[in-house]
Design a protein around this ligand. Structure first.
Ligand SMILES: [Zn+2]
Length: 439
């Protein structure tokens, strides 16, 4: 891809310089030292015109991120511009590893009752890992990614999931370029990378042990588009903040990472995470933001009225929440919880009334995403809800996203005013500080 070419020797050199500073390695849990060394894969690069080899390819497992790329599929197309090896994590397996020489054209991966078929071989293992050689890059259904590809056959054997195993800093390049335009201010991009690094490590640790992946590639976690969104400025933001994470005081008095949420445009005040995600962290209490208004497009800062048919609303709520069926058709919706910030407010809780006289409560953020799963119509919970007999209208909408943590447009606004990434982060995550994982 064209962006790949931008990763020339300049950014490769930056990576080398940054990572070779080499401090002894740092902190995720206060006073917990995790020793780590980063041997760079850059040294053996023979073809930098094509791409920078993926850094951190030999880093320890806790700094590999497992990104769910495709779920419940039966086939996909793979393209790898190098020789590759198929392994699994079970060293007892006698059939693996298998080495493949470079295959010049894209090839299919298909699931049959015998197993996963790849390039005229069939693998019967429930999980296999495809390991591209240098520069450690593959294309899956046209999307280009760094690291490795893990395929896991689901329990009933009818489909498989495709998971990208990618070193943390490479993952962040594929996130930062998707979450922010790469022409935004360098300090805003750096703040974005630090928030994203913190968020994914937190999510991995909290949820990763109970599933085969750490984060999805969508806005449900962080948008990740792999190599297609990388550029020299994105890599600069990653390399100049390498290993930096946000920490705050926890209930037990220690310092640790927290879920450093962020969203597009807060609309005037960020929200307390307690009202959106039912969890409390000091840096996520909500702060005023006067910075996003001049950055966000007016149609995104003030979003237009949208209306939804009542029958559609009932259907969507029932599909998502089985227990709401006992209410009967939803006949009325009342706002019962709100946060007020000077001239700006956000709905936090609604009450649903059904045709059989029963009622129930729903968090406003959940409500809007059930009614509009894209989040592109009901863009935030800052709205007025109006009953129009056959439909509900959402009026006076303001902001885009859940509003918790860093306001991305606000970060750009602050950076335009000359604020540093540290100042941006301490504004949006009050009480937090930056520590560095010393790879
Ligand atoms: Zn804002």
């Amino acid at each position: 891809m064209s962006n790949t070419v931008q990763l020339t020797e300049k950014s490769a050199k930056t990576t080398l310089q940054t990572t070779h500073k080499g401090h002894r390695f740092g902190i995720l849990k206060n006073k917990t030292l995790l020793l780590l060394f980063l041997p760079l894969a850059l040294c053996g690069c023979k073809d930098r015109k094509v791409t920078t080899p993926t850094p951190q390819i030999d880093i320890e497992p806790q700094y590999w991120i497992r990104v769910l790329l495709l779920k419940d599929i039966n086939n996909c197309t793979l393209e790898i511009s190098s020789a590759f090896e198929i392994t699994n994590e079970d060293s007892i397996a006698k059939t693996l590893p298998v080495h493949f020489d470079r295959i010049d054209s894209p090839f299919d991966i298909a699931l049959s009752h015998e197993g996963i078929g790849i390039a005229e071989r069939t693998f019967t293992d429930e999980q296999i890992i495809i390991n591209p050689g240098e520069p450690y890059i593959f294309k899956l259904n046209g999307g280009e990614y760094r690291g490795k590809l893990k395929l896991i056959i689901n329990a009933d054997g009818s489909s498989f999931d495709a998971i990208n195993l990618v070193p943390l800093e490479s993952y962040l390049a594929g996130v930062a370029g998707a979450e922010m335009p790469d022409y935004w201010e360098p300090e805003a991009l750096k703040a974005q990378v630090i928030a994203a690094r913190t968020y994914c490590l937190y999510t991995k640790r909290r949820f990763g042990n109970n599933r085969d992946w750490d984060v999805s590639k969508t806005a449900a976690h962080q948008v990740y588009h792999g190599i297609s969104v990388e550029s020299a400025t994105i890599w600069d933001a990653v390399n100049q903040t390498i290993g930096m994470v946000l920490v705050c005081k926890q209930d037990d008095g220690t310092e640790d990472i927290f879920p450093a949420y962020y969203s597009s445009t807060c609309g005037g005040h960020t929200e307390n995470s307690k009202n959106v995600f039912s969890e409390s962290f000091e840096p996520l209490i909500g702060v005023p933001c006067s910075y996003c208004k001049d950055v966000a497009k007016p149609k995104f800062f003030f979003w237009p009225m949208v209306r939804f048919d009542k029958a559609v609303v009932t259907k969507k709520l029932f599909q998502r929440y089985e227990k709401l069926r006992q209410l009967g058709d939803i006949t009325d919706i009342k706002v019962v919880g709100k946060t007020e910030y000077e001239d700006f407010s956000r709905v936090t809780m609604i009450k649903l009334f059904g045709s059989n006289g029963k009622s129930d409560f729903l968090r406003a953020e959940d409500f809007r995403l059930v009614i509009d799963s894209t989040g592109r119509k009901i863009r935030s919970t800052s709205f007025q809800l109006v009953d129009l007999e056959d439909s509900w209208a959402f009026l006076a909408g303001r902001g885009w996203g859940h509003g918790v943590g860093m306001c991305q447009c606000g970060a750009q606004g602050m950076a335009r005013q000359g604020k540093t990434s540290r100042q941006i982060l301490s504004h949006y995550y009050p009480g937090s500080k930056i520590l560095t994982i010393d790879y």
